[in-house]
Design a protein around this ligand. Sequence first.
Ligand code: SAM
Length: 285
Amino acid sequence: MAPSDSDYLDRLTSKYSKLVRFAGALEQPFLNWGYWCDDAGAADGRSRAVASESLVRRVARLADQRGAASLLDVGCGTGGSTVALARHLDVPSLIGVDLCGASIDFANDYLKATALQDRVRFLAANAVELPFEDASFDTVTAIECAFHFHPRTRFFEAANRLLRPGGQLIMTDWIQGRASRTLIGRIISGWALKYWDIPKANIVNLDGYETSLRHAGFCTVSVTPIADKIIPHYARYVATPKGFDELSIAMGRMKTRLYIGLVKLVHAAYRMGLVDYVIVEARKD
Ligand SMILES: C[S@@+](CC[C@H](N)C(=O)[O-])C[C@H]1O[C@@H](n2cnc3c(N)ncnc32)[C@H](O)[C@@H]1O
């Protein structure tokens, strides 16, 4: 591994270790921005935990459960995504993996409070070096995390290797928007890369994303923007007194003010067509 890779992974692990406090203090095990519309299309008035679980449910809806025996949830964070997938899918065995050991410790404690210990387990692993045999899963999920993987294309190859024929990779992810070639687009991309720990190689738009999945061996590929159900609502949530108080638990008041400013900037970037958020389904032949 190149030194820059290990520096990058250390920085990321340290950042997410601090966020474990957030999950603990709020007693909710999710680290994603949430899907803020229910099936009837109603938005707002929901808690962050409900929205975060709705994002997982949105992913679960795409899973083909016919005969599915095993699921791997990569970048599972504090375990909420894997446990919610276990609740929403009839799959006997689920494994959640994350780079951050502190998150995996939290996930294991959280699992003890559920009745899912015979179906779910967690372990620490890097998404681009997954310690499993070829063709050992029917479904691989990665909810709001692949933009961090160094690089994401190596994760696509790993997921393809781990899936059985006919298996599915289902993800949500941040991508570059259609208008990102402008100067302002390049400036905002540069800042986002730094603040959100996104390797440069992962900055691709929707067409580039689809192409990378096909190069990794996936045949049927669908990449659908869903940012309108996520970014404006999360931006509104962080600006509420409740959102501010919740975030302050993890970051303190000063950093929360800065973070809210950055979220507003992401919202502006989305409105300008510079960033997007997608749900992805890719199938192996
Ligand atoms: C925004 S959180 C999402 C967590 C979870 N999927 C959820 O929905 O709550 C992103 C997660 O990706 C993990 N991550 C980042 N890079 C990783 C890598 N190379 N391998 C495994 N996990 C990684 C982080 O530690 C973090 O827990």
